[in-house]
Design a binder for this molecule. Structure first.
Ligand code: SAH
Length: 431
């Protein structure tokens, strides 16, 4: 049966896709259904038909899935932030871990892959970072992009974020109304879960007028604000209030985090993930460790306490500055950091004789690359700990490492991003 666009069909949802949509079949065709939960039966409106699959959205539920719940957030389905807030959390966790397992089997060729453990956590108020989009074209609005568009949904209180974010948003909107300045594009808020320090950073098209008023409105709205920063289109920044970084603690180590540096968004889960990654690394004090994609040195410095030496590699210069500073403030002197892309520096380091016993890699969602992976294989470490927020690229890269003689000895999933389709994985590969 050929499916027709803009037409409704009956459907039973029998699976969950890796991006959190329901999956069903009509006449042999796979259909990805937005708004559907595995176990639902209902009607789907087809919005796109491709050769091998179609897409649509659920228009009617005739029998709801036993896993379906009423989303707590009034913006669910309009705001693009969450994908799975309409399912019970334990089901969400199982479904997305299963999607990662399928990726490891299908893309990686690890036919009997499974997780030793799936780690779930608090499913609301877990984010220590939020990026709110701002549109000043008409009445100023602040919120998140709607699903699949750049229209802004004015979200008051996001249930994944800190409720105090609303105080800062209101202050920024008040400044916009007062000043008539239309050049504020985005509000970034990051909070130190352990330290209570808060950074508010605004992306602006040009320097706003009366910046002292802007800083005063924000810092008095939320007393935890310790930094107010402007980021300009040319990459420059200006600190309007407080310091140009905030601090947080992970596994007893203090970290300075500047605005442009990566820092995990979920504190509780990050500590669990790093503890597991370190357990996989099985450091005894004599090892040389190479931490690729090290950010501000979070995993590197946790590892440095238990290793002989750590080398960290990271592409963002500000993050590397933070990493060096973080080593200093924690009195760690056996870690060095390079600000260069992994694909460029890792082959050079290995060629120059760096010979790691343990390689830890934690790349962005697009994964690692062939030059870096080839260099790792050439270095032949005893253990490779791969931390990933993208199961498909983890599977692709692990397949390359497996072809080079490594096999997966242990694997766990960590739910860093509850209520979204994303899941973090950590695997240990050994020769
Ligand atoms: N391990 C760190 C950071 C992980 S996020 C932590 O847990 O905090 C991935 C990091 O890789 C980011 O800091 C990003 O800036 C960096 N990155 C992205 N592409 C890179 C590349 N090609 N080479 C090196 N680092 C890269």
């Amino acid at each position: 049966m050929a499916l027709e666009k803009n037409t409704e069909y009956d459907i039973s949802i029998t699976g969950t896709s890796s991006d959190g949509r329901g999956v069903g079949h009509i006449g042999g065709m796979t259909v990805f259904v937005s708004g559907a939960v595995e176990g639902d039966t209902g009607r789907v409106l087809i919005t796109m038909v491709k050769k091998r699959f179609a897409e649509g959205s659920l228009t009617e539920i005739t029998a709801p899935s036993p896993h379906r719940i009423a989303p707590e957030c009034p913006h669910f389905g309009i705001c693009g932030g969450c994908q799975t807030a309409n399912a019970e959390y334990p089901f969400e966790l199982e479904a997305k871990a299963n999607a990662a397992v399928q990726a490891m089997r299908r893309i990686g060729g690890f036919t009997d892959f499974k997780f030793d453990k799936i780690n779930g956590g608090r499913s609301s108020r877990y984010r220590n970072k939020a990026v709110y989009k701002i549109d000043c074209a008409k009445e100023p609005v602040c919120g998140f992009y709607s699903e699949k568009s750049h229209d802004i949904v004015p979200v008051g209180d996001c249930l994944l974020c800190d409720p105090r974010d609303s105080l800062i948003k209101t202050a920024v909107l008040k400044y916009i109304s007062e000043s008539g300045f239309g050049g504020i594009k985005q509000l970034f808020i990051r909070r130190g879960a352990k330290t209570g320090q808060t950074m508010a950073a605004l992306d602006v098209s040009k320097r706003p007028p009366r910046t002292e008023r802007l800083a005063q409105l924000i810092s008095s709205a939320d007393k935890s604000v310790s930094s107010v920063i402007l980021n300009f289109p040319d990459g420059g920044s200006e600190t309007l209030f407080g310091r140009d970084f905030i601090e947080d603690e992970l596994l007893g180590i203090r970290f300075r985090i500047s605005c442009r540096s990566f820092f995990q968004v979920n504190h509780e889960m990050t500590e669990r993930l790093y503890s597991q990654a370190l357990e996989y690394a099985s450091l005894t004090g004599s090892e040389r460790v190479l931490d690729i994609y090290c950010g501000i040195g979070t995993i590197s410095l946790c590892a440095a306490k238990a290793a002989k030496h750590v080398t960290g590699v990271e592409i963002v210069p500000e993050a590397v500055e933070n990493a060096r500073e973080n080593a200093r403030i924690n009195n760690i002197d056996n870690a060095v950091f390079y600000a260069e892309s992994a694909e460029s520096i890792v082959p050079k380091l290995i060629k120059a004789g760096e010979c790691p016993d343990v390689v830890i890699l934690d790349p962005p969602r697009k994964g690692s690359d062939t030059a870096t992976l080839a260099a790792i294989l050439y270095a032949a470490p005893k253990r490779i700990v791969y931390v990933s927020c993208g199961p498909a690229t983890l599977a692709r890269d692990a397949k390359i490492l497996a072809a080079g003689g490594y096999s997966i000895s242990a694997a766990q999933a960590f739910d860093m991003f509850p209520r979204t389709a994303h899941v973090e994985c950590a695997i240990l590969m050994t020769k």
